[in-house]
Write a protein that binds this ligand. Structure first.
Ligand code: GH3
Ligand code: MG
Length: 458
């Protein structure tokens, strides 16, 4: 994944070194030599990630970070603080300032690229969420994604796979302050638990006794039930080759032993945010797809979906010489419901009507609201006699008990008229069947309503 990285350092030689390293990995690089310059560049919305040196004259890195994180226009840009001295105190201060991650000078290439890539993925997702949130606000839709963009990455469910009790205890203690942690010592058991429970993040030791942490990583990243969980590897500095292999097979990030508490917390938090963003993006895609094909009021399919799907169902039935029937339903005197009880009561009736129709149909039947109080039901593999039976069942169910309105504080009687038609050998398209069903409905209305009329089958 490519990204635009802003490097901030007051020493030009450091800037050039980082620029060369990042450019070689196909990152786009912007540079700034002072805090104020960096803030200006960020406010123009240019960088995806900020690499920030701590020791700078004038405004130091912590202050730059604090300002970026407290300005709405820049708060979402991930910030990596680069500390010259590996001082735990610096990290704490960086965390306080809102930094997303840390790197220690001299910079290790693998660590640098892993951090930048991981944060680039996070930034891409935050951007997408922000764009959708903006689009939804324009459309006037209340948007759960707005809340998602503010995701803190706390209270996550973490599975810690570590077989050395003293280390497991220490990590568990640190993480438990912010997350729900389960510890597992056996890799095979860990896969099982990951499949059964809904973890955000899995931390895997690469130093398990007689077990292969990389295999576990690969399993988690490939099983359907676990592939969205974020995976962090923990290993010794000497084990760089295995760590890099782990990143290649899908681990999201790693921690070097001895594991620094603040670094652990920052990385786990970043990974939990990434995981939750991904989940929410998928959910929002799902619901926008549903919105495109479902009617908002009743949850039945909408006209657009019916138009496409009915044509397909007609062609299938013609091709296989199978029966196909169509019901056109229209609530009787519905205008009077609106006029007497109000439009909201009318809506309540429509919802209940949709529910009753659905209850009388099978899963393979297609039920769609065509607009107003008209509903169409398509019955595959169903001839005129069976279709009439379904229609009559619906009519009875509607007439059978009154409809609740005003939040079920009142009840009113409702009836429905239904026209039924089935595909004939000579029909050119579904429009022919629809026309006959409409005509039958018209006759049902003219004949006194609350009745089913079947178009002649010949
Ligand atoms: P008929 O027995 O001949 O079908 O009479 P009707 O009153 O049901 O038919 P008509 O087509 O004259 O009236 C339909 C009414 O449905 C008019 C329209 O205002 C109302 N309507 C359409 N869509 C909605 C809706 O989403 N909610 C509500 N409450 N009313 C709707
Ligand atoms: Mg009507």
């Amino acid at each position: 994944m490519s990204a635009r990285v802003l490097v901030i350092d007051d020493v030009p030689a450091n800037l050039r070194l980082l620029e060369a390293k990042l450019s070689a990995e196909y990152f786009e690089v912007l540079t700034a030599t002072s805090g104020p310059d960096a803030l200006a560049i960020c406010e123009r919305g240019e960088p995806d990630i900020v690499l920030l040196d701590v020791m700078m004259p004038g405004m130091n890195g912590f202050e730059v970070c604090r300002r970026l994180k407290s300005t709405p226009a820049t708060a979402h840009i991930p910030v990596v603080i680069v500390t010259a001295l590996d001082q735990p105190r610096d990290r704490l201060q960086g965390l306080d300032a809102g930094a997303d991650d840390f790197l220690t000078k001299p910079l290790d290439d693998a660590a640098l690229f892993a951090r930048v890539r991981s944060l680039a993925r996070l930034k891409a997702m935050t951007d997408e969420l922000r764009n959708r949130a903006v689009a939804s606000r324009r459309l006037g839709i209340a948007d759960p994604l707005v809340a998602a963009a503010a995701e803190t990455g706390l209270n996550g469910r973490v599975l810690l796979v570590e077989d050395r009790p003293a280390i497991a205890d220490r990590l568990e203690n640190a993480l438990s302050a912010f997350h729900l942690v389960s510890v597992e010592t056996d890799a095979r058991q860990a896969v099982q638990r990951a499949c059964e429970e809904d973890y955000d993040s899995v931390l895997i030791s690469l130093d398990l006794e007689g077990q292969d942490g990389l295999r576990l990583c690969s399993q988690i990243r490939s099983l359907d039930r676990t592939r969205d969980m974020s995976v962090l590897l923990m290993g010794e500095v000497e084990n760089r080759a295995r760590i890099l292999r782990g990143l290649e097979i899908g681990a999201h990030d790693f921690l070097l032993r001895p594991i620094d508490r603040n670094e652990l917390l920052a990385r786990v938090r970043t990974q939990i945010r990434r995981k939750r963003f991904t989940d929410r993006l998928r959910d929002s895609l799902q619901s926008s797809m549903e919105m495109a094909v479902l009617d908002q009021l009743t949850g039945l399919h909408n006209r657009r979906f019916m138009d496409t799907r009915l044509a397909e169902m007609f062609d299938e039935s013609a091709l296989r010489a199978r029966a196909l029937s169509l019901l056109v339903l229209d609530v009787d005197h519905f205008k009077a419901v609106n006029d007497s009880w109000g439009h909201d009561a009318g809506d309540e009736v429509l919802k209940e009507f949709a529910e009753r129709v659905r209850a009388c149909t099978r899963g393979i039947d297609l039920v769609a609201r065509m607009g107003g109080e008209e509903v169409v039901v398509v019955l595959p593999d169903t001839g005129p006699k069976a279709a009439y039976a379904v229609a009559e069942r619906i009519r009875e169910r509607v007439e059978g008990s009154p409809f609740p309105i005003y939040g079920a504080t009142r009840e009113i009687p409702v009836t429905v008229s239904i026209g039924v038609a089935s595909r004939r050998a000579g029909d050119a398209s579904c429009a022919d069947v629809m026309k006959r069903a409409d005509d039958a409905l018209y006759r049902a209305k003219a004949g006194g309503r609350n009745q089913v009329i079947v178009a002649s089958a010949a």
